[in-house]
Design a protein around this ligand. Structure first.
Ligand code: ATP
Length: 402
């Protein structure tokens, strides 16, 4: 188990500043995800850790040892890439053995270790199959076993699941976490899928434009976004333009929308961005029109998006629209056109000062999360897939990490 530190790392490619003074500490045995949209610098950070790129400025330390100038093949990093990057002419076992072979381990030891690892990743019966005889998920398990074979100090995974279908992705991410926990290996996982990052990490670092916007436990990132960018990238979020009233309640478009919100540093009279998760909006059918009272106001259902157990509902209100998540069984009774009372649970409201950094669009309204799990407004950012191709073209590159 090893502690890893990035100290003020900057990297430029011509006019592009891929990383801007990135500092990060990953504790021994920790599972940390780098989460962010395409082009924010995640892969560059991982490649610098692996030794495939050299930083312009800054240092990389593992257990206090400065590895910045050490070439990739002399670092103890196991890497798994988006493309399975197995050697096509080698069996699963031979692929897993590869790193041990170039380290000149005895044949019997190599084989025993490879079989043990194939067993660990759930592929005990497939040691003699070639990559083309394995499914995508199985190939990625072999790639994981291969990365682990050399007993690396740090395991690096670059969008390892993005080529797989949704169900296999969920299964395999749980497997990766189980194996990582059982081995206690320090792990950095790059993804643009917020659900993936939140579900398997000890901590998540949200990156934007080569910098960390926020780092913390998944629940903190989700519940306490500190910038507009994080609020909008992670999960679906209603973002309303509001004001703190003299009595501490929150007003949007002249309507009181919440009482009892934790105001933090926000003073009465201040204009604020009001952030509300869809699950914090409570809807009740309203048979007759009713004037707003207290923190209840009126709305009308305009659209439904069925998401399985939950249905995401768009509600038109006096100051625009809000998105609410309801159990699907309840949403059935609130069809489009239904008049509803709207209440915002104050414990689910976060306030940001106007001007808090972030490249999100202006104006009120719900925004979707980075996994592409967008809300019905269609405003969700859907990070592209192309950038992680930088990790493709292996096996030659993976060989360097083995
Ligand atoms: P993705 O999720 O799409 O993989 P990313 O967050 O991993 O994106 P990087 O691949 O680290 O982003 O790229 C960061 C920026 O640096 C991008 O603007 C990218 O185009 C640029 N970049 C990365 N590698 C190179 C390179 N070898 N030459 C030129 N520009 C590069």
């Amino acid at each position: 188990m090893s502690k890893l530190e990035l100290v003020e790392i900057s990297k430029r490619f011509g006019a592009v500043e891929a990383l801007r003074g990135l500092s990060l500490e990953v504790a021994s045995g920790e599972f940390l995800s780098l989460l962010g949209p395409s082009g924010c610098g995640k892969t560059t950070a991982l490649r610098i850790i692996a030794g495939f790129e050299h930083p312009d400025v800054g240092k990389l330390l593992v257990d206090g040892r400065d590895l910045t100038a050490i070439p990739a093949n002399r670092r103890s990093m196991g890497m798994v890439f988006q493309s399975y990057s197995l050697f096509p002419n080698m069996t699963a076992r031979e692929n897993v053995e590869f790193g041990l072979r170039i380290r000149r381990r005895a044949r019997a030891e190599r084989t025993a270790r490879a079989l043990e690892l194939l067993d660990l990743v759930g592929l005990a019966g497939t040691a003699n199959r070639y990559p083309h005889q394995l499914s995508g998920g199985q190939q990625q398990r072999v790639a994981l076993a291969r990365a682990l074979a050399i007993e690396p100090e740090v395991l690096l995974l670059d969008e390892p699941l993005s080529a797989l279908d949704a169900k296999v992705r969920v299964q395999l991410r749980e497997e990766i976490r189980r194996i990582q926990t059982s081995l206690g290996i320090t792990t950095i996982y790059v993804t643009h899928d917020q659900e993936e990052a939140l579900s398997i990490s000890d901590r998540v670092a949200v990156l934007s434009l080569g910098c960390i916007e926020q780092i913390g436990a998944p629940s903190d990132i989700y519940r306490e976004p500190r910038t507009r960018f994080v609020a909008e990238f992670v999960g679906t979020m209603n973002r309303l333009d509001g004001k703190v009233n003299p009595d501490g309640s929150i007003e949007c478009g002249g309507l009181c929308v919440a009482h009892g919100v934790a105001l933090g540093d926000h003073a009465p009279g201040e204009q604020v961005i009001v952030l509300v998760r869809p699950e914090s909006i409570v809807l009740e059918e309203l048979p007759e029109p009713q004037a707003a009272s207290g923190d209840l106001f009126e709305g009308r259902i305009v659209a439904h998006t069925f998401l399985g157990a939950v249905t995401r509902v768009t509600v038109s209100v006096a100051f625009g629209a809000v998105t609410a998540d309801l159990p699907s069984s309840r949403a059935l009774g609130l069809s489009p056109g239904t008049r509803v009372s709207v209440r915002i649970d104050p414990s689910g409201v976060r306030l940001l000062s106007i001007g808090t950094s972030g490249p999100g669009s202006d104006g009120s309204g719900p925004t979707g999360g980075g996994s592409g799990g967008s809300g019905p407004t269609g405003e969700a950012e859907s990070p592209g897939e192309e950038g992680s191709a930088t990790a493709g073209g292996l096996p030659t590159r993976s060989a360097a990490s083995l």
